[in-house]
Design a binder for this molecule. Structure first.
Ligand SMILES: C[S@@+](CC[C@H](N)C(=O)[O-])C[C@H]1O[C@@H](n2cnc3c(N)ncnc32)[C@H](O)[C@@H]1O
Length: 392
């Protein structure tokens, strides 16, 4: 790298200095004693600075467009384009009973975001089939809308989360915008549908055979019960129990079980992981929730106490590195953000051990050992998750 472009940073260079108030305007001007910004004492590489600003622009654009993806989902704009036929803003607005003036701007953003394609000759937009799957097919493992919805919901807690940085307070799961509960289900459910019965359960020693024959299964921190219901449908001889501290989620799960026709074999109950009812379970599952709990050791102790001696814990946790730098990738970026905005605040609000969303295998093993288990092994990994088998 040449020295050209390396110079002490001067506020007047890249960014416009704040306007000074006019003389005698009455406004106070901060003078003299302000400490010099640290950047003034360090040499700045302008090339690197511009590269970072460009990257930030991309990030800023992604965040801005995320809000528009949620709008497109909520108003049925993607579904109305899912047939792949080119439309203009008038046609899309009339199909979706929305206002053309807004739809026109939305379409420009969607084309600039690489979501829809634009044909300048006809001035029409088209949703390619791949994007249609990712944005409208809730059963596809490629479905991504839940992620956008969950993150936009978390962002609504921004003022409170920033304050928590200062006060050290937590924020319980149930106090987030309700879109979080729906978004999380929509984010995880496609993966459960595609893998839980055919890949994850068979990876556990002897568990599939037990479930086929008839077993007692607990799904702790079950949320809307997507995983519980998928398992119940696949293993008709087994009995399932879903537990969660969030009462509206349990209500939602009960309704979903009724609709799925499995309510007779699935019981959903409001219960804390530290005190859920004992049915001497053959399998206790934690799907993306142990790290949300403020007392994960207490949760596993309760699990051990309510489990048959040859029972198994299926622990599903977010993908994470074994070192800090092992999280410096797109998935680590997403999960460490969720950790700040949602998971760690709930753990802080409900106990004294906040594992964080990107807890290492070793940290999880320690919790399992402290909870009274002796065997702990990672059985699988996917781009989004790690899967552990824990046994007495
Ligand atoms: C990220 S969500 C995952 C929900 C669900 N397992 C899924 O995969 O969709 C975390 C869930 O853990 C629940 N939770 C957090 N702490 C809990 C506790 N101590 N006992 C029971 N549930 C808890 C929350 O209410 C929330 O529903």
């Amino acid at each position: 790298m040449s020295d050209v472009g390396v110079r002490p940073y001067d506020e007047r260079g890249m960014f416009m200095a704040a306007k000074r108030p006019a003389k005698n305007s009455g406004a106070k001007v901060a003078t003299a004693k302000r400490p010099a910004p640290a950047t003034k004492t360090q040499p700045i590489d302008e090339g690197k600075l511009m590269a970072f600003v460009e990257k930030a622009l991309g990030d800023f654009g992604s965040a801005a467009s995320a809000a528009l993806v949620v709008i497109g989902d909520k108003l049925g704009l993607y579904k109305a384009m899912a047939d792949g036929k080119p439309v203009n803003s008038q046609e899309l607005a009339s199909r979706t009973k929305t206002t053309e003036r807004y739809v026109r701007e939305w379409l420009i953003n969607q084309a600039a975001s690489g979501i829809v394609e634009y044909d300048s000759a006809t001035q029409r937009y088209r949703l390619p089939p791949e994007q249609a799957v990712a944005l409208t097919d809730e059963t596809s493992p490629a479905y991504v809308v839940g992620g956008y919805q969950a993150f936009m919901a978390m962002c609504r807690a921004l003022p409170r989360i920033s304050e928590n940085f200062v006060t050290g307070a937590g924020m319980p799961w149930g106090e987030h915008d309700p879109d979080l509960f729906v978004g999380v289900e929509r984010f995880f459910r496609p993966g459960y549908l595609a893998n839980l019965v055919d890949t994850w359960i068979p990876a556990l020693d002897g568990v599939q055979a037990k479930l086929k024959a008839g077993a007692q299964v607990a799904d702790v921190g079950c949320g809307h019960g997507a995983s519980t219901i998928i398992m119940a449908k696949a293993f008709p001889k087994s009995q399932f129990y879903g537990f969660d501290t969030h009462a509206p989620s349990i209500e939602h799960a009960r309704e979903a079980a009724r609709k799925a026709g499995v309510a007779e074999r699935v019981t959903f109950e409001v219960a804390d992981a530290r005190g859920f009812p004992d049915h001497q379970y053959d399998l206790v599952a934690f799907f993306d929730c142990l790290h949300d709990m403020g007392d994960p050791v207490g949760a596993l102790r309760r699990t051990r106490a309510t489990m048959a001696d040859d029972g198994t814990v299926l622990l599903v946790e977010p993908a994470a590195g074994e070192t800090v730098e092992g999280n410096f990738n797109p998935v680590g970026r997403i999960y460490s953000a969720a950790s700040v905005l949602c998971c760690t605040p709930n753990a802080v609000a409900t106990g004294s051990l906040a594992l964080g969303t990107v807890a290492t295998d070793d940290a999880l093993r320690e919790v399992a050992t402290a909870g009274g288990f002796t065997r702990f092994r990672r059985v699988l990994a996917s781009p989004f998750n790690r899967f552990f088998e824990i046994r007495p």
